[in-house]
Design a protein around this ligand. Structure first.
Ligand code: DGL
Length: 286
């Protein structure tokens, strides 16, 4: 089994892509809906909640867990990978989703940490839409600038968007919020962005609204697809971590019926969730 984790509904955009792309594997989803959104929480809280949720997926039998959440990856990913994973879950792997996104935006492999030709002359503008926690972490800017120092990364925190999606808000409300954030970002750039990173896995749920609000020339990095590509590459080298085929499973820490109702309306398919408590093994908050 491969675990897929997000604070709430957003990771379902990644889960949907993975389930379609890898029918020979079993995926188990955990949405920490009770604690969503993560985007306005502090670092220590995000580390603890992410570790507890990923630990729960390891306890279910996953050898590999994907943090399908930019906020969790940006704020907690490295700390959990370096300090928590091996002592608590030896031999297991925890993957984030920022590396494959940066690879696509910079057209440079993750292991290359410096500008190479032709990317060192790349002066694209990249628009980043993300949660406040992801934007304040500065991870996207840092990693993009290592590889493409002339690229201008312009970030726009979209604080209202995750709460609006989690509560199943009507389309007109979502459309207004997306237009507001895109307008705010475009007012900060001198030229139209070549790329837009929807740097929160909730945002593909309103990708059409971003498409309509962004200039026609701006390409949108499709995060669920590029994570599936990255997983395909990873499993070609670590196939032993993937396990066998099986039905997709969905767990939530939230109110099961409410989560099912909103998820089904956002994804356009009926998704059955089971309740789970994320308790083991505990991660220290500080
Ligand atoms: N889907 C999460 C992300 O990719 C959302 C974060 C939140 O809960 O605010 O950042």
């Amino acid at each position: 089994m491969i675990g897929v984790f997000d604070s709430g509904h957003g990771g379902l955009t990644v889960m949907r892509e993975l389930v379609a792309r890898f029918p020979q594997r079993q995926f188990v989803y955990l949405g920490d809906h009770r604690n969503a959104p993560y985007g306005d929480k502090n670092g220590a809280e995000i580390v603890k909640l992410t570790g507890d949720a990923c630990g729960t997926l390891f306890a279910m039998g996953c050898k590999l867990v994907i943090m399908a959440c930019n906020t969790a990856t940006a704020v907690a990913g490295r700390k959990l990978q370096q300090e928590w994973l091996e002592p608590n879950w030896p031999g297991r792997k925890l993957l984030g989703i920022i590396a494959p996104t940066v690879e696509t935006a910079t057209q440079t492999p993750w292991h290359v940490k410096e500008p190479v030709f032709p990317q060192k002359y790349n002066n694209d503008t990249i628009a980043l839409f993300a949660t406040s926690a992801t934007v304040s972490s500065g991870v996207y800017e840092t990693e993009i600038h290592k590889r493409c120092p002339r690229v201008q990364v312009v970030a726009q925190p979209c604080s209202k968007l995750v709460p609006l999606l989690e509560s199943g808000s009507p389309r007109e409300v979502l459309e207004q919020a997306v237009q507001e954030y895109v307008g705010a970002l475009l007012s900060k750039v001198e030229k139209q962005p070549e790329w837009a990173i929807l740097g929160c896995t909730h945002y593909p749920l309103v990708a059409d609204l971003f498409r309509a609000a962004l200039p026609a020339k701006t390409r949108i990095a499709n995060q669920p697809k590029l994570i599936a590509n990255a997983l395909e590459d990873y499993l070609s080298r670590h196939g032993d971590l993937a396990g066998q085929a099986g039905p997709a499973l969905y767990y939530t820490t939230g109110r099961v019926q409410e989560v099912r109702r909103v998820a089904s309306s956002l994804l356009g398919e009926d998704i059955f969730f089971e309740l789970v408590e994320t308790t083991t093994p505990p991660v220290k908050a500080a």
